[in-house]
Design a protein around this ligand. Structure first.
Ligand SMILES: C[S@@+](CC[C@H](N)C(=O)[O-])C[C@H]1O[C@@H](n2cnc3c(N)ncnc32)[C@H](O)[C@@H]1O
Length: 267
């Protein structure tokens, strides 16, 4: 399996990264964390402890997932591998953890590419793998699903948000989009195709395109349609759910957000 090892970009530059991580403290981001946490706990309930979890492309915000962390702290204690290829993200993640020092008992920071990490993991090790706002950073979902099918234990799951847009407009509330290295012109819409790569430049101020973008704060994402994601996952033997989280969750109370998710269950 060919795995990309060299990485550059915003996640490796201190100033824009810090600004970006501060921007993540918004209600939508917090709600998505709560949704993924709730779905993960729903999936985990069938397993006896200890639980073994991976958060892939985990980022900085270790001040989320409190319910999940508290469950991991119950005896026999579980473990969450907090995997990110950016040393700066891992550094910030350790800083945010200072607010919850007891979590240190169950969190294991892994500074590595998610694919390299998964390759090194024992087969059938994981009860759950989670990706939050990072699935669309993956250039090669086929390889990701192949690895997940090996590393997730029977009845275990992969849980991710799925925030796919089939069309690229000039900007959203938070970002200016680029395609083929150029900003998408105002008024133009680009129809995305499987494997397409596009860029996001973050606005200095949310909802204010005229205010300009944060220098250096640009990330790359990849587009795959829901149909393709479903086909690739089924090929690896997963049961696939794609849709609004409320159609999967048993408990829908208290989170007021529409959000598509991807849940892959290993049979
Ligand atoms: C949009 S951020 C989301 C971070 C975090 N999950 C959150 O929701 O706050 C994407 C994260 O994925 C990480 N990332 C992207 N590709 C990765 C890869 N191949 N292996 C490990 N980490 C990766 C980036 O460094 C970044 O921290």
């Amino acid at each position: 399996m060919k795995i990309q090892n060299k990485h550059t970009g915003m996640y490796f530059e201190k100033k824009p990264l810090k600004e970006y991580v501060e921007h993540q403290q918004n209600p939508s981001n917090i709600a998505v964390a709560q949704i993924l946490e709730r779905i993960s706990l729903q999936e985990l309930k069938q397993f006896s402890r200890p639980w073994y979890i991976s958060e892939l492309g985990a980022g900085a915000r270790t001040d989320r997932y409190n319910l999940l962390f508290n469950e991991l702290l119950k005896e026999p204690k579980g473990q969450i591998d907090w995997v990110d290829f950016s040393p700066l993200m891992i550094e910030l993640a350790k800083k945010y953890l200072q607010q919850n020092p007891e979590m240190k008992q169950v969190i294991n920071f892994v500074e590595n590419d998610a694919f390299n990490y998964l390759q090194q993991l024992e087969n059938n090790k994981l009860n759950i793998a989670i990706m939050k706002y990072s699935f669309d950073h993956i250039k090669d979902p086929k390889t990701l699903f192949t690895l997940l099918a090996q590393k997730i234990m029977p009845n275990g799951s992969f849980v991710s948000d799925l925030s796919i847009t089939d069309e690229l407009k000039s900007h959203s509330t938070n970002v200016r989009y680029t395609y083929n290295g150029k900003e998408v012109p105002y008024g133009k819409t680009i129809e995305l195709r499987d494997g397409d790569k596009f860029g996001l430049k973050f606005f200095k101020e949310s909802g204010n395109p005229e205010g300009g973008t944060i220098p250096g704060a640009e990330i790359t994402k990849y587009y795959y349609s829901k149909k393709t994601i479903e086909r690739l996952a089924k090929k690896q033997g997963f049961e696939v759910f794609i849709g609004d989280w409320k159609n999967y969750a048993i408990n829908k109370q208290g989170i007021n957000k529409d959000q598509d998710i991807l849940v892959l269950k290993k049979k």
